[in-house]
Design a protein around this ligand. Sequence first.
Ligand SMILES: [Zn+2]
Length: 380
Amino acid sequence: MTQKKPLPATMRVARLHEIGGALQIDTVPVPQPGATDVIVAIEACNVVPNLRNIITHWPQWHPEMPLPPLPGSFGLDAAGVIAAVGSNVHAFRPGQRVYINPGTGCGGCRFCRNGDILDCDSFTYRGYFGRGPATPAIFEQYPFGGLSEYVVAPQSCLVTLPDNLDYEQAARFGYLGTGYAALRKAELRPGGTVLINGIGGTLGVNTTMMALAMGATKILGVGRRRAPLERVRSLAPGKIEVHSIEESDATVRDWARSLTEGYGVDIVVDCLPPKSPAASTMAAMRAMRTGGRTVLPGGMAEALTLDPFWGLAKNAYLIGSRWFTVSEGQDMADMAGAGTLDLSCLEHKRFALADVNEAIAAAADSGSGFINVVVLPSAT
Ligand SMILES: [Zn+2]
């Protein structure tokens, strides 16, 4: 193991002791890295809106997606400084600034061996939940999420950060990356047109930021309330148009066609969360041009009423998309470093580790896709 200075013997970690309870600050031994692992001192960890559901309802809602065993450590999107590296780590060194992609595959199945970790049946989010036979072993090997002073992480999950990207911004990579991967699957090209359904929410705002960075020249945003829509439009008034389904009688399809020479958009990204109505997703899909692509990264969970003949006649693509690869994370870091990805619009709400439960409540109730709730474990 290589380290700059000795690691402390113990650390503070926020852990869940019972489902439905609050997280507690425990003191535990600092983990040791495996041969191909690193230890990262966490500077910022994002708190996703869904974390309150995870620690309150998840085993009841989704028993097939187990949580870390209790007392369990959570925290999905973390960034910090490498504090120590394992004996077989040659490409990283202590002192490097990194984002930690929490997505983990089993490592040995056909898809993991091909590098397609997202297609692993045991794909697991460290510090969140998993689904598959290898999930318990992954949690045992990597027991700490980002709501800890230190985590152990595989070197293969690290994204190196440019100096101009701060830790709070990097902790937003989960949503940014989910949007980026969806746009890549839809093959967004410079000059492309994108309709983002649910543009005012967290995934909608972050997908918009990525679409701008990737060169989309027309972004059509659909949502309910006017004020959040106008806020998103202000990011790039010459490129973004917005449509309130509460205020307009026009269908999303007719509105989109009126702004695309009658064709419809190249890409629809459905960013609606699980409890949204399927009718809204269907209305957005009808705004696709012939040969267009609809991507579904949001998790809207109601059944769609699809007419296969419509899909045939439209020559349409319908694409599922979950999370993003480490390589895509590195793309985003490099884009931020070069200035093509602008993250300055994020509004950070910072919390100390001791105030983690307030952070979880704030994230669940934030109401704006621009708000980035972060816990700073290194702050006292
Ligand atoms: Zn696998």
